[in-house]
Design a protein around this ligand. Structure first.
Ligand code: PRE
Length: 306
């Protein structure tokens, strides 16, 4: 019987040895969690904040991608690490996810599950605004909301703030693209109350207040004229107000509207740009380049899902 060949026995013995080593390392990794949790609260307790540190997570995944080789698709590695990082987040305090499903609740739900772990409590919110309001109540809740134009509810992003204890966009999902199982999924933002940190390759979301007649194209032209790479995403108007708020995505990391680099735009109450608020910043998507040799081996092994 081929099934009990010596070669198979040997390979399984090796797998047992490797599993033991992986398990020992996992237990060693988790020993660091209380030290990490302590360091995060050493400046005083901040009960509204969640232990999630998306910039650090992106750095970890980028570093692993840079050293990755062989036939295992990188999205499998990403999935294992996502599960581990979600568990580490839960070990540091309350952590749950409210999903605003837009027109495709199942797709956004799957995206949230993939990124925030199989055991993290999740609930479906009635709209993006409802999900963001839940985040604002604290208690370790984060929200997954459709990126653009896929939520029938009122604009949610005008409720984001610049302060460390206000909900902000900290991730754009999917973070790992290409071979990722979420390849065909829509994009979503993760909204949370947690520090805004640079990952080294980031995009920033700003809420830009202008007079009521300033078009999206003019806002982008103004930013580009001042040397920013900018894209306009959404526009919100207060009924009866002479002001509009534009949601604009910028290349690079900006921690606040007071960043001196915004000085060239001269934000002032009666100017074209009246105010700039940073309402989020997140790592640029990670693009694993599929290794051709790996793909060929996968095909040879009967992997017909690619
Ligand atoms: O580095 C941290 O701050 C951690 O909490 C550890 C860890 C991880 O498991 O690597 C977990 C959750 C954070 O979102 C980022 C990273």
């Amino acid at each position: 019987m081929a099934e009990t060949s010596a070669a198979l026995e040997r390979a399984r013995h090796e797998i047992d040895r490797i599993d033991d080593a992986l398990h020992s390392l996992l237990m060693e990794r988790v020993e660091l969690v209380s030290e990490i949790a302590r360091a995060k609260t050493s400046g005083g307790a901040a009960p509204a904040r969640v232990a999630l540190r998306p910039a650090r997570e992106a750095q970890v995944l980028r570093r692993l991608l840079a050293r990755h080789a062989g036939v295992l698709p990188f999205d499998v590695v990403a999935r294992i690490w996502r599960e581990m990082m979600a568990a580490f987040t839960r070990l540091q305090g309350p952590f749950s996810v409210a999903v605003a499903g837009g027109s495709e609740p199942m797709a956004y739900w799957d995206l949230a599950r993939f990124y925030y772990g199989a055991a993290t409590p999740m609930s479906l919110a009635t709209s993006a605004l409802a999900a963001v309001q839940l985040v604002g109540q604290g208690g370790g809740m984060i929200a997954i909301v459709p990126v653009s134009g896929d939520d029938a509810g009122p604009p949610w992003w005008v409720h984001l703030g610049e302060g460390p204890d206000q909900p902000r966009v900290l991730v754009r999902l999917p973070l790992v693209r290409g071979t990722d199982v979420t390849r065909d999924h829509p994009s979503a933002y993760t909204v949370a109350i947690a520090p805004l940190e640079p990952s080294g390759d980031d995009l920033t979301l700003v809420a830009v207040a202008t007079a009521g007649d300033v078009t999206r194209a003019r806002v982008v032209a103004t930013f580009e004229g001042a040397g920013f790479a900018a894209r306009t995403l959404e526009l919100a108007e207060e009924p009866g107000s002479d002001e509009r708020i534009h949601l604009v995505e910028l290349d690079g990391f900006f921690a606040s509207g007071q960043d001196p680099r915004f000085g060239v735009l001269k934000p002032r109450p009666r100017g074209l740009i009246r105010d700039i608020r940073v309402v989020g910043a997140f790592a640029r998507g990670i693009e694993p380049v599929e290794n051709e040799a790996a793909a060929a081996t996968g095909a040879a092994l009967g992997d017909d899902k690619r």
